[in-house]
Ligand binder design. Structure first.
Ligand SMILES: CC(C)(COP(=O)(O)OP(=O)(O)OC[C@H]1O[C@@H](n2cnc3c(N)ncnc32)[C@H](O)[C@@H]1OP(=O)(O)O)[C@@H](O)C(=O)NCCC(=O)NCCS
Length: 364
């Protein structure tokens, strides 16, 4: 029997939340291209209810989500202790999400409260690690504007909010990607939201998934610092059997539709923040990678530069991915808990057979 590698192409369950059929990403049937400028709150509503909200519903939903962007003082106090540790921010986030699931008010936590807490916690980790005060959300602003304010300490311009909004929308969901599938496996055992989210964060951390954006920026920095030709860097890495981060995708073999949109944002914000050299380098690598491998950039390739231009440290990039993807994780956990059954696949055993304990022991 020939097994599909890494479940490649295997349909494991049904979902109404999102699809990548025919390499077109849709949320509840709407192509991502049409949603790219929709308010993040509207897209979250869509993912959670599989329909668009009315104008009144959207207003109320935005107000609700922003009102949940707060953490109990005790949680901040405990988080401060953890966030100061020298470990990678994704390790801090993993422990923080687990911690959020143990606080006093956890019984009341539903998806809006959990999303609010996650965004606030991610921003707070950044602030605490930078020895900066934890900020408080403003009830008159939307989720994206508040999120940027919470992690940066500065009110962003409307243009920057629009850019980050698109980044958040494009990352919000992606059907059965590794972290979402992990969350669904845990949800299938009827475990609580925070257990599912902790597991999802663990899966996202790896460089083959969300961890790629940090590695992309490390690559750009290395090339600029060493003065190496990008082509020589790519050749050298591939000769060593290493993958070039930010390229390739399990589903999108002819290009990731999210990367096409993000490329333009990267170009624009790089120009506005005096980072054109990074963008030019990305273009060189992109062209050479296509020439050499026919691989296209994926969602992590350009977000690395966008996050850098937002003043973020590369070690926090994957937390940004987690912040955006929490919306989708919550949708999938809810769907799995409501409609799914226990996920428990089988394996093909390829180890030794017909062994006998006593006989083998005597021979030792
Ligand atoms: C995303 C990824 C895991 C998809 O993997 P996949 O569908 O399992 O495809 P494979 O890893 O089997 O790759 C198929 C071939 O392309 C090559 N390849 C894929 N991505 C590559 C990359 N980024 N750099 C160099 N070669 C790559 C593989 O080495 C493999 O070559 P081979 O057939 O000669 O062994 C893979 O493209 C990758 O590791 N990319 C880099 C990490 C990354 O950017 N992750 C974020 C994803 S959104």
């Amino acid at each position: 029997m020939k097994l599909p590698k890494g479940l490649d192409g295997v349909v494991v369950d049904q979902t109404k939340i999102s699809s990548t059929q025919n390499a077109v990403l849709t949320y509840a049937g709407y192509p991502i291209k049409e949603l790219q400028n929709a308010p993040f709150e509207e897209v979250v509503f869509l993912l959670w209810h599989t329909r668009l909200p009315s104008a009144d519903e959207l207003k109320a939903f935005r107000k609700l989500l922003v009102s949940k962007m707060v953490l109990p003082d005790e949680t901040i106090r405990l988080m401060t202790r953890i966030a100061k540790e020298p470990q990678h921010p994704m390790s801090i986030l993993r422990t923080t999400v687990s911690l959020l699931g143990t606080t006093n008010d956890v019984e009341r936590d539903d998806p809006p409260r959990i999303l609010g807490k996650m965004l606030t916690a991610i921003a707070a980790i950044i602030r605490i690690r930078d020895d900066q005060p934890v900020m408080h959300a403003n009830s008159d602003w939307g989720v994206v504007e508040n999120f940027i304010y919470l992690f940066s300490g500065e009110r962003p311009t409307a243009e920057r909010v629009a850019m980050f909004n698109t980044v958040m929308v494009l990352h919000a969901d992606h059907e059965f990607n590794a972290s979402t599938f992990t969350a669904r496996v845990v949800a299938s055992t009827k475990a609580d939201y925070y257990s599912c989210l902790t597991a999802a964060v663990c899966a996202l951390k790896g460089p083959l998934h969300g961890g790629a954006n940090e590695k992309v920026f490390k690559m750009l920095e290395t090339i600029r610092q060493t003065g190496q030709e990008p082509t020589a860097y790519v050749n050298d890495q591939m000769a060593k059997g290493r993958k070039i981060m930010g390229f390739g995708h399990r589903i999108y073999k002819n290009g990731d539709p999210r990367a096409t949109i993000l490329r333009e944002i990267a170009r624009q914000i790089a120009h506005e923040t005096d980072n054109d050299a990074y963008f030019a380098l990305q273009e060189q690598i992109r062209d050479y990678m296509f020439e050499k491998t026919h691989l296209h950039p994926n969602v992590d390739y350009y977000t690395a530069l966008i996050y850098h231009c937002f003043g973020l440290d590369k070690k926090t990039f994957t937390m940004m991915f987690a912040a955006c993807r929490t919306a989708g994780w919550l949708a999938h956990i809810t769907e799995q808990q409501a409609e799914g059954c226990l996920i428990r696949p089988s394996s093909e055993y390829v180890g030794q057979t017909n062994r006998h304990y006593r006989a083998d022991k005597e021979e030792m």
